[in-house]
Structures are given as structure tokens and as C-alpha cells.
Design a protein around this ligand. Structure first.
Ligand SMILES: [Zn+2]
Ligand SMILES: [Zn+2]
Length: 372
């Protein structure tokens, strides 16, 4: 079968032939890949040769945002049947730490975890995959059009879950389930993560201000506005005046991966506010900040600044629940986050796509059997 692989020797991405995987243990299931989302991580793998092949092989099959259809299940698999749509999580535990032993490899303490398509384990840009049922989450048929967004949505779910749990733990009378109601939130970066965060925050009753550096009339601000959020063009505002301009901001979710902006935005955070960074910047350019002023603010305003990465199956399930709610509330608006679908053979073109109107690009491997 075909697979899009990063070759060790050349550090180049190519379409190669690999053996089709088979179920080897009774707790495994086999999926036919339908769609794979492309994100910044994939693009870095292509550009910088980032990514680690499984031990003993000369290539890494890339791709970590997937949607598949179950074609076969092992004897012990009771919660999935042939024909079900499902997604697989990305990270596989180290087998040593308490987090991994409780299926929470997203909080792995040893760093010895692997990640499908990224670190030491083949990914999903291929025709079939096999994995254990504990890493699979069912996608209802009504979400088949957007199921490929489950992985980025799971990242958002984890960030928000952590933020509200922490706020509930430290602010008198605050409760995790209701803390976001009426809160002013700022989402920086309106790529897939940012727009999905806007959706999750609006579903929880928050006010959402989305910041990006694209034209008012382009696709991202348009989707944000139709969801009910407000757009702010980062090129037209001075980040140092955001606090005066926006008033009390209770929650910031950063999804730009731009270090300088990430630090500048701390200034916009309000009293008792919480700031979650999810972007992963690269490079070694120093960031210039007025340290004393920033530290003063963080201390005097009881602020919490944290990072969040990856997600557990619980967050994938929450992602699916929220996508169902989003569909009920906004109809097919969620589908518009997927701006391009290309056949997998056009992977090079897909990896190159990035303009202000490209949000999520998806590679098509096969059609759901319902639509065949
Ligand atoms: Zn990704
Ligand atoms: Zn671990």
C-alpha cells in the first residue's frame, strides 16, 4: 500500500510502497484511512526534516490528524464494529510513568513517549492502519465531513479543560462547568486551532475576540464573525494597548506559535486571568520584554500562564461532543474550516498551501463506504 514517508537518508518526503498492517492482537482494530489533516508539524517535517523514524527503519510515515473507517476488529474489541468511523490519538505512552499507565500519555513525565507520524512511530498518511482500541474514539456518521478536525479540536479541549479546572480550584465560588459564561476571551491566531477554540469557548458562553494578521474580508475573520466572535487585526493594534482597549480579559488562548507575540499578549491579560499557550515556535531570535513590568503585572493580578500540548482520549471524546453541538448551533459552518481537500497523490501541493484563505488542508485517501 501507499504511504507518504519522510526518508531518513534524504530527509525528503516521498510516496512509497509499504506492507499493509494486519491485526496481531485481539485488542486491535484495523482502519481504512479516509482523510488526513495537514498542519504546521507536517510542514516542518518536510521543510526541516524534523521527525523521528521508528527504530530499525529508514523512514517515517507522516500524518497525525486522521479519520478512518473500521474494516476489521480483533476478538476482544467490543465497542467498535466494521463500518464505524473512528479517529486514533497521536501519542503512545512510555509504559513507565503514572500518567502513561492511566492512558494519559499527554501528561507523560519521562518524555519517552512516541507519537504516530512524529516521533518514533509511523503515522496515518497511508491506506490502512492498525492500533489498539484504547487509542480509538468513535466518530458519529453525522460528523464524517469534519471528523478529521477531531485531533486539533482535542488540543483545544485539553487547553480549555485545564484552564477552567485551575480557575475553579483557585477563584472563590468559581466552578469549572460555568466559569467561562460571560467571560471575555482572546484567541490569538485564527488557524484551525484558533477557530476551533473560538467554537469551544462560544459553546461555553464566553465572549470571543479573535486576533490574527489577515485582512478583515478574508476567510478566517469571516468564519469568526459568523460564529459570533469579534475580529481584531493584529497589524492595526498596538499589543501594549490591548488591555486598555479590551478591558478585563479573563482567558487568553495563544495559537500563533510566534514567540514575540506570545509574550506581548501577556499584557492584555486581566485580573485573575489565565493564559494558555499552545503554539510551538522555533528559532533562536531573542524576545525583548520589559521584565519588571510584566512580572509585576503577573504577580499583582494573580495571573496564571501555562502551556498545553497533545490530548487524551477523554479530550477526543469531548471534541466530538462539541463538534456535534457546533453542528446543531451553526450548521455546516464547521465544515468551512476545511478549505481544501486534495487527493493524497497531490501531497506536495497540499504541504505547500498556505495563504490567508487557507485554513485546514486535508488529503483524501478514500471515501466513506456510505458514499461510495
Ligand atoms: Zn497537527
Ligand atoms: Zn510516560
Amino acid at each position: 500500500m501507499k504511504a507518504i514517508s519522510l526518508l531518513n537518508e534524504t530527509r525528503q518526503v516521498q510516496l512509497i510502497d509499504v506492507p499493509e498492517p494486519e491485526i496481531e492482537r485481539p485488542n486491535q482494530l484495523k482502519l481504512r484511512i479516509l482523510e488526513i489533516g495537514i498542519c504546521g508539524t507536517d510542514r516542518e517535517q518536510v521543510e526541516a526534516g524534523y521527525g523521528e523514524a521508528p527504530a530499525g527503519t529508514d523512514h517515517l510515515v507522516i500524518g497525525h490528524e486522521m479519520l478512518g473507517e473500521v474494516v476489521e476488529v480483533g476478538k476482544e474489541v467490543k465497542s467498535f464494529r466494521k463500518g464505524d468511523y473512528a479517529v486514533l490519538t497521536v501519542r503512545r505512552g512510555c509504559g513507565q510513568c503514572a500518567a502513561c499507565q492511566s492512558n494519559r500519555s499527554d501528561m507523560c513525565m519521562t518524555g519517552l513517549f512516541t507519537e504516530r507520524g512524529i516521533k518514533g512511530r509511523h503515522g496515518f498518511e497511508t491506506e490502512y492502519v492498525v492500533d489498539e482500541q484504547q487509542y480509538a474514539v468513535k466518530v458519529p456518521a453525522e460528523l464524517v465531513q469534519v471528523g478529521v478536525l477531531t485531533e486539533p479540536m482535542s488540543v483545544v479541549e485539553k487547553a480549555i479543560e485545564e484552564a477552567v479546572a485551575l480557575q475553579a480550584a483557585r477563584i472563590p465560588q468559581a466552578k469549572a462547568a460555568t466559569w467561562l459564561i460571560g467571560k471575555r476571551t482572546l484567541v490569538a491566531g485564527l488557524g484551525p486551532i484558533g477557530l476551533l477554540a473560538a467554537i469551544a469557548l462560544l459553546l461555553r458562553g464566553a465572549e470571543v475576540i479573535g486576533l490574527d494578521i489577515v485582512d478583515e474580508g478574508s476567510k478566517r475573520p469571516d468564519i469568526l464573525r459568523r460564529l459570533g466572535g469579534t475580529y481584531l487585526d493584529g497589524r492595526k493594534v498596538d499589543t501594549a494597548t490591548l488591555d486598555a482597549r479590551l478591558g478585563q480579559v479573563d482567558f487568553i488562548l495563544e495559537a500563533t506559535g510566534v514567540a514575540e507575540l506570545g509574550f506581548q499578549l501577556i499584557d492584555a491579560l486581566g485580573v485573575n486571568g489565565i493564559y494558555v499557550m499552545t503554539g510551538i515556535p522555533h528559532g533562536d531570535r531573542p524576545v525583548c520584554i520589559t521584565g519588571a513590568e510584566m512580572m509585576q503585572q503577573i504577580v499583582l493580578k494573580n495571573q496564571l500562564i501555562m502551556g498545553s500540548v497533545n490530548a487524551s482520549t477523554l479530550h477526543y471524546a469531548q471534541a466530538i461532543e462539541d463538534m456535534q453541538k457546533a453542528k446543531a448551533k451553526w450548521g455546516d459552518l464547521l465544515n468551512e474550516i476545511i478549505t481544501t481537500r486534495l487527493p493524497f497523490q497531490q501531497y506536495r501541493e497540499a504541504l505547500d498551501l498556505r495563504s490567508e484563505n487557507d485554513i485546514k488542508t486535508v488529503l483524501l485517501w478514500d471515501k466513506p463506504s456510505e458514499q461510495v
